[in-house]
Design a protein around this ligand. Structure first.
Ligand SMILES: [Zn+2]
Ligand SMILES: [Zn+2]
Ligand SMILES: [Zn+2]
Ligand SMILES: [Zn+2]
Length: 575
């Protein structure tokens, strides 16, 4: 497919190199590819998105030894992986910068094959953290600018948060997913500017809210749905302050048994009320996608905020992002990003790259570049400019060689084990990925069986982390936090739902006491799994509003049993 040099006014359909299904390239897409001087993609948008997600692993952690200082460290790479892994302290130290591994370009071999060889011999960071910006948060990953956090993943600007993911500016909270600018929240998903919000989904500007969904500007709500500016309500019924307080006592919000009953009852009530056609806010202008907020002129988004002129962008937890296509995380002032994963914090013009941050400019085919400028095909390189395969060149030499390599990549592309070709303009072959499919972020958003993943050229790892033998069963835990003594910190608890054992940490116990909530009876993995399970996954569907039958474009598949209304019908009902 040739599209360089002329502006397309019509869309074009072609077969995906991976799944073989047809996909459409729109005139606006051609315009973007022309602007950045790359050929149109050969994989369909969904296959490209899954491929990018497979290049990251924020959530699966293992113990292994640092290959430099030999100290035991948490790592995203399991110990059986035959690569060099440094602990964060050694990786970020100033005594190496990656040019030690420099190689000359060989015009006789596909460039990506040489990049793969370089990648295999450079040291990888055990965790994807911005090491210097994170304090007292050893057991976290994909985190920056945070302190006193424990088992927190994909987070920025957080303090004293435990067991939470995809969060930004969250404080003194635990067991949250997609939480932003909030404090003292527990077991909640998709909330913004909330205070003391518990077991609730998709709430904004709420205070003292329990088991509620899609409420905004509310306070003192229990089990409420789709309310605006409401207070002292239980299951959408309004009470006086005195009646409400009496009811709260009866419901036993401080007991584990009371919470279980309320969880069940509220889920039934939630199911009886409509869902808005997609989750996002009215501050979007000309936007399609799910969990997209305050964005403009952007299409097919997923879990983003502060985007402008973007398409197929996911997982932007820190705004803004401009003029970017096929970009999976994280933002914080990113522009002109294409086919890249986890690049962010003042980054411009980065393509076909993963893990490049902060202050990066003009990077292509780079993996783990810190403060990189004008690099092409570099791996685990820090504070360098005009490098190719980690070798330093003069500006003029760099430009000449870059032009030659791009021509060579088109003439002599990398061909993977399944015969798929990777010319200039294509993201990395799966064989260059560092994570097995089931330990990468792809498994959470695009579940696949081992068989299917391997058929597509991904890898799989069956080993599970072993846990310590338990000293107490979860069912034997006290019903309230008042009855829980500090001795709980010495216990190894057997999860109520799986075979794993888990511990209660000091910070978590302090928070539960402050919130007057009982100790959880499931292990962190089960709790996290439950939260991810309720997340709408990427991918939109055409169907009809269940009230006015208007066509809608929604994350809820036509087979989804929930009641789904278009935005006007939804607003009519609950404004
Ligand atoms: Zn495809
Ligand atoms: Zn080390
Ligand atoms: Zn469990
Ligand atoms: Zn409608």
């Amino acid at each position: 497919m040739k599209a360089e040099g002329k502006t397309r006014s019509t869309s074009s359909v072609q077969a995906c190199q991976n799944c073989k299904k047809d996909f459409k390239i729109e005139p606006e897409d051609f315009k973007f590819y022309e602007k950045i001087k790359v050929s149109p993609p050969t994989w369909c948008p969904e296959c490209r998105m899954i491929r990018r997600f497979a290049f990251r692993n924020p959530w699966s952690l293992f113990w292994r030894n640092c290959d430099k200082c030999k100290i035991r460290t948490m790592s995203t790479y399991p110990p059986e992986d035959q690569i060099t892994v440094y602990c964060p302290k050694c990786w970020w130290s100033d005594d190496w910068d990656g040019t030690e591994y420099a190689v000359d370009y060989d015009s006789q071999k596909p460039f990506l094959e040489q990049l793969k060889e370089l990648s295999d011999k450079t040291p990888y960071a055990s965790l994807e953290t911005q090491y210097a910006t994170v304090k007292n948060s050893e057991y976290t990953n994909a985190i920056g600018w945070s302190k006193d956090c424990y088992l927190v993943f994909w987070s920025d600007y957080c303090e004293s948060v435990y067991y939470s993911s995809i969060i930004n500016n969250l404080k003194y909270s635990a067991d949250c997913l997609r939480g932003f600018y909030s404090e003292l929240c527990y077991e909640s998903i998709g909330f913004k500017r909330c205070y003391r919000t518990f077991f609730s989904y998709e709430c904004t500007d709420c205070v003292d809210v329990w088991f509620s969904r899609n409420c905004s500007g509310g306070n003192n709500l229990i089990g409420c749905v789709n309310l605006r500016g409401a207070s002292y309500s239980i299951f959408n019924v309004k009470y006086t302050k005195e009646e409400y307080e009496k009811k709260v006592k009866e419901l036993g919000l401080h007991t584990w048994s009371g919470l279980q009953q309320l969880r069940k009852k509220s889920q039934e009530f939630w199911a009886s009320k409509p869902y808005r056609e997609f989750n996002g806010n009215s501050l979007n202008l000309n936007v399609t996608g799910e969990y997209a907020y305050t964005s403009k002129n952007s299409k097919e988004l997923y879990l983003v905020g502060g985007l402008e002129n973007c398409k197929w962008v996911q997982m932007v937890t820190v705004r803004p992002v401009e003029d970017s296509f096929d970009y999976s995380g994280w933002g914080n002032n990113a522009s002109m990003i294409y086919e890249s994963v986890n690049v962010g914090e003042h980054v411009n013009n980065v393509r076909f790259s993963v893990y490049c941050f902060p202050d990066c400019l003009n990077l292509e085919y780079c993996i783990w570049n810190i403060n990189g400028k004008n690099n092409f095909g570099c791996v685990n390189l820090k504070r360098k400019s005009y490098c190719i395969l980690n070798k330093q060149y003069k500006k003029s030499e760099f430009e000449k060689l870059r032009t030659q390599i791009i021509e060579d990549m088109k003439k002599n592309p990398y061909i993977d084990k399944l015969g798929r070709t990777f010319s200039y303009g294509e993201f990395f072959p799966l064989e260059m990925g560092r994570f097995t499919y089931n330990k990468s972020s792809a498994i959470i958003f695009f579940p696949k069986t081992k068989e299917d993943a391997i058929k597509e050229g991904y890898t799989w790892n069956d080993t599970e982390n072993t846990t310590a033998p338990s000293s107490i069963k979860a069912s034997a835990l006290p019903d309230t936090i008042k009855e829980t003594t500090d001795s709980i910190l010495d216990e190894v608890i057997e999860c109520l739902s799986c075979a794993r054992a888990y511990k209660i940490t000091h910070g978590e116990l302090g928070l539960l006491r402050k919130l007057n909530l009982p100790v959880p009876r499931e292990c962190p993995k089960c709790r996290e799994g439950r939260r991810f399970a309720v997340l709408n996954k990427p991918g939109m569907h055409h169907r009809n509003c269940m009230k006015c039958e208007r066509p809608i474009y929604t994350p809820y598949a036509p087979s989804d049993p929930r009641i789904v209304f278009c935005v006007p019908c939804y607003q009519e009902e609950f404004a």
